[in-house]
Design a protein around this ligand. Structure first.
Ligand code: SF4
Length: 184
């Protein structure tokens, strides 16, 4: 019988705010390394689990910017519960593609999409009370909460996410070598 003491696994939560899930796809691009990760990581809220609210975690990975009231709520919940919060990808870091609407009037945008678009008849802007309230602009997450680390890219590669996580979990300050930095 082994006399080694099992180490507690690192608890990790992930979520997508105003993002396209491409950064989560990159996470899956770690391929078979996910099996190694699973030996040291336990997932809290993430697309891999059915957990609805983030509990106390060591690491929170955020994809996407902040475009509505629900995004603000989820982001604050992650910040409250995660010792280390990481902005993953361009949308979380600077708003990314969704932030292109920041140059336009929000009301005009909604009218264009739901009312005036070719082929739309009797359209109307959705106003179900359960829909989260849109913010007038899309914010990078550091404008709402304190962020500890940023992994650039659209999306960052699976190699970049692997390098970052293994450094962080291993107790080293994460440093991405230049070939792993993507801005395209
Ligand atoms: Fe998608 Fe790129 Fe935004 Fe990631 S950074 S959520 S891949 S658009």
């Amino acid at each position: 019988m082994s006399d080694s003491i099992p180490m507690p696994r690192v608890r990790v939560a992930t979520t997508s705010l105003a993002g396209c899930f491409g950064c989560h796809m990159s996470f899956l691009d770690m391929d078979e390394r996910l099996l190694d990760l699973a030996k040291v990581v336990e997932f809290d809220r993430s697309p891999l689990t059915d957990i609805k609210h983030c509990g106390p975690c060591d690491i929170g990975l955020i994809e996407g910017g902040v475009c509505n009231a629900e995004n603000v709520h989820v982001l604050r919940e992650f910040r409250r519960n995660c010792k280390t919060l990481v902005a993953v990808g361009a949308c979380a870091i600077n708003g990314g593609l969704p932030a292109q609407r920041n140059h336009l009037d929000l009301g005009d945008c909604l009218q264009q999409v739901y009312v005036k678009r070719d082929g739309v008849e009797d359209g109307g802007v959705p106003d179900d009370p359960e829909l989260p309230l849109l913010l007038d602009r899309v914010h990078p997450i550091h404008e709402v909460v304190r962020v500890d680390y940023f992994i650039p890219g659209c999306p960052p590669s699976g190699d970049a996410i692997w390098t970052f996580l293994t450094d962080l979990i291993g107790g080293r300050t994460p440093r991405l070598p230049h070939p792993l930095l993507h801005f395209d």
